[in-house]
Design a protein around this ligand. Structure first.
Ligand SMILES: Cc1cc2nc3c(=O)[nH]c(=O)nc-3n(C[C@H](O)[C@H](O)[C@H](O)COP(=O)(O)OP(=O)(O)OC[C@H]3O[C@@H](n4cnc5c(N)ncnc54)[C@H](O)[C@@H]3O)c2cc1C
Length: 270
């Protein structure tokens, strides 16, 4: 189906005919546009500096643009959630990890694009973009970044990672490994101990909720998470899907979340 891909070293692979990718910027902006149409104000450039909590109940937020009263809040600030909860005396077991991706110009024989690949054998993933590029990345990154660097880390991609990405992609798609680099960038994963999200109430602070710890998988699940968190807040429990497996107490209970047939990674660390 995709002759440019090397498969001779593979015993088996799975294909998902209905899967694909969504442009992250367009998706985010579309969701924001619809939220505004439905009456949700979106305040950009405003930083939450503290939660306002009285007698174990949330009263609102302190922000760089003044206080906001609220009796329900959702903490969904990625790894920055840790600092906000720490101020309220709660230590969240989530940490930042810097992850990099590179974009290369697709060679002419791949002008029409290619499938989306997630390849744990070579420790790489790649997908086409609309502008004639291919996005290349490595497997899950796990080296923690110091919390103090979350606002100052390098958002560009480094030569080291581009070399690592090229080496790994070469095993599966040599044509992409040799394609010219267009650009690259880095962002933060908010890692949890079992690499699954924490979707829950904040214990000890009535009215506060958290959706955090997505560990590099929070984009594709965002609409479902939004629906479930809304139901949890408004109706007391999520009904779109049962999110109790994502409760925070699973770590204390020594019941981390693992799928029954998870892929095995050859390169757990880089
Ligand atoms: C390189 C890379 C590739 C990825 N690829 C995929 C993928 O293929 N599929 C997938 O599903 N996921 C992927 N992810 C993960 C996905 O991007 C995240 O899981 C998702 O963006 C998490 O969304 P979020 O809204 O919880 O947090 P974030 O996107 O981190 O947003 C948190 C927001 O909170 C803001 N904030 C922080 N502190 C404050 C404060 N005090 N006051 C106000 N605002 C604050 C931040 O500025 C930020 O805008 C990838 C991530 C990276 C870095």
């Amino acid at each position: 189906m995709q002759p440019f891909v090397v498969t001779s070293d593979l015993g088996a692979a799975a294909i998902e005919p209905d899967s694909g990718y969504a442009d992250p910027v367009l998706t985010t902006q579309s969701l924001a546009k619809r939220a505004r149409e439905l009456g949700a104000p979106i305040c950009e450039g405003m930083r939450v500096t503290a939660l306002r909590v009285e007698a174990g109940r949330v009263r609102g937020l302190q922000t760089t643009a003044g206080d906001i009263a609220a009796d329900r809040i959702v903490l969904a600030a990625g790894p920055w959630t840790v600092g906000l909860l720490r101020q309220a005396g709660i230590e969240l077991n989530v940490w930042p990890v810097r992850a990099e991706i590179a974009f290369v110009r697709r060679p002419p024989n791949l002008a029409d694009g290619h499938f989306v690949y997630l390849d744990h054998k070579s420790g790489s993933y790649f997908r086409p973009t609309r502008e004639g590029l291919s996005l290349l990345g490595t497997g899950t990154a796990r080296r923690p970044l110091d919390y103090s660097q979350m606002d100052s880390y390098d958002e560009g991609s480094t030569e080291r990672i581009v070399t690592v990405i090229r080496e790994r992609i070469r095993e599966r798609a040599p044509a992409l490994a040799d394609a010219p680099l267009a650009r690259g960038h880095a962002g933060l994963y908010d890692m949890s101990p079992d690499e699954k999200a924490i979707l829950d109430r904040v214990p000890g602070v009535d009215g506060a909720y958290m959706a955090v710890g997505f560990s590099g998988t929070g984009f594709k699940t965002a609409p479902a998470v939004g629906a479930c968190m809304t139901e949890l807040i408004r109706e007391g429990r999520a009904r779109t899907v049962d999110i109790t497996p994502f409760r925070w107490s699973r770590f204390e209970e020594k019941a981390p979340l693992h799928g029954s047939a998870e892929y095995v990674e050859r390169y757990p660390m880089h």
